[in-house]
Each structure stands twice: as structure tokens, then as C-alpha cells.
Write a protein that binds this ligand. Sequence first.
Ligand SMILES: [Zn+2]
Length: 361
Amino acid sequence: MNGIVPIIKPTDAEIDEALTVLEMMDAVVCAYCGDTATEWDHLRPLVENQRPTGYIHEIHNLVPACGKCNQSKGNKQWKEWMFGDAPLSPKTKGVADIDARAAIIERYEEWTHPTRVDFAAVVGEELWAEHWANHRALLKQMREAESVVEQIRDLIAARVEHAVEPVLTGEPDGGFTGLVTAVEDATTPVSASDASVHWDDTHSLGEFGFTGFKSVGELRENMLQTPDVRGVYAVLRTSPEEPRFLATGSAGFFKGKDPNANVSVLQANWVSDAVVVYIGKAGDPGSSATLRSRLRQYLRFGAGENIGHWGGRYIWQLADSTDLVFCWKPLPDGRPSEVESELIASFRSRYGVRPFANLRK
Ligand SMILES: [Zn+2]
């Protein structure tokens, strides 16, 4: 999505003019609450329901904001949000000069109307429809490609197991899956160090080396689809529908603790134009955890068992949590915690906030 929304870089004079209209020539503060500004926030959302609104990246559509306001506001309309009851909204925080602040933002809106592009009208309905058809076809093709890769992996893994060592009991050990993963890694065109995720769609995750793309339901049927080596993983929600949150999700009460968050907290955390809802890691040098062991815990926790996979628990309050899709990037010789941090930072630089269910990093 971001690839098609134009960016107009402001001149220094335009930034000065904007700050004058915002009455911030002396100190640049959050336009919504007056706290220290740490970022620029899009006054009007660029994306709604995974489609561009027509607003673009330009100074007339940006105001200085603090991280908390930016995160709380998300893709909501600024005025509704400011005077609404979302956690950390200016009204909720009790910002004393909220009316004066809103009046300045209104003047800012009148100062110069932001550009609004009717994408479909400019490029033509046909090209626009073609773009979204490509988008859907890419997702479909990627799933098909993954399924072929898996069949190959399973066949090879089965052959290697029988040829090298008699199977004892239980699952194939890490050595074999590690070997297959290494072979698969060699065919992956880019590595963690020389590529970045663009976050616009799952295709970009595939380019970064993510594989799997299995639904919760599919994984529960067969966890052996997951590599028994360390790595990073991501949870995706690909539905175009607005999410519905359950007051009581499916997660277990680990050590008696209630895993459920207030629905308003979930709504405030939701990143509406992002497909990725959680990024996690499994293992690190010196740790025995693997993608398979961590994902097994995560899914059992999500099925109501009293197992500690507290991180990422918000996903289990999505009404359609069984349709969530897991993908992973095996890093048998890497440092998953570092790659996980890089991925979260990259997501954050794209959306201004962490993925929906990543609470601390
Ligand atoms: Zn603020």
C-alpha cells in the first residue's frame, strides 16, 4: 500500500509556516495533548479498511505528536478520537486546553487543504482493478508455492530420516529438519542482513525469507510442519473485515492469571492497515527453544491450556483467531532475538507503533 501513496517532501519554509499556524514557533509539542512531540502524525488517515483514503504523505496532512497519542489515535478521525473515550485519548487523559488545541488543528486544516487523490479516477478503474487483482493473485500464488515447498520438504525429510538413522520414537530430531532448513535457506534469495520487510503485504515477508503461512487450524492438525530449529515468526491476519474482539478470548489462565485485556485496549492497540499482528522469536544461542516448541506452546495456550506463552496473548481475543496465519523464518545459526528486534523496529518505523500484540519491545 505504502508503495503507491506519494510522498511530498516539505521545504524548510513550509515546515516553518506549518509550525506558525500550529502556534509552535517556540516549542514543538504534541498538537493533541501538549506533551513532548516525538513524531509526525497523519492528521487524516492514509488507509481505511486496507484501501487508500486518497490522502498522501505531505506537510499539510502532518502534525507533531507524542508517541502515546499517535498510537492511541491509529487510523481514526482526529476530532472524534480527541474527544472520544479511547485509552490515552486527550479527553481520557484530561488535557486541560483540549478545546483550544482542537481549534488550532481546525485552523491548520483550513490553512491549506491537503491533497486528496482519487486513485481509481486518476489511474483508471481498469488499472486500479488490475492492481488489486494482482494483489490477491500474489497472495494466492504464495500460498500455493508454500504448499509445494512443504510437500517437497516432507518427502525429503522422510527419506533422509530413513536413510541415515532408524527412527526411534516421537518426532524427527532437530538435526534433520535443520539440514532441510539449511538447504531451503540456500534457495532463499535474500538474507536477514541485506533485505528489509516493506510490510505492505505478505509477499514482502516471503521475500525476506518467511515461509510456512499456515493457519492456526492447519498447525493444530500437524505441528511437524514447523521447523525444529530456532528462528523468528510472525502472525498475520489477512481478512479484509474489521476485527471483532471477544471480551473473553480462548487463551488459558496461566498460573491463575486472566489473559484477557479490556476490549477498548485491544481496539486502541489495533493497527488497522497492517497484516502482521505479532512478531515473536524462538530460541537464541544457548537456549533450547525452537520454532516448533514455541509455536506449540503458543497454540496450546491459545486453546485454553494453562501454559505460559503470555507474549502475544491479545491475538486470542480476535473472534477469528483460528484463521490467523503463522509464518516463520528459520535461523539455525542466527540470533533470533536480534532479528526479532530489527523486525519490530522496522514495523514501527512503518506504522509508528508495534504490531497489535507486541506489548513491550
Ligand atoms: Zn500527545
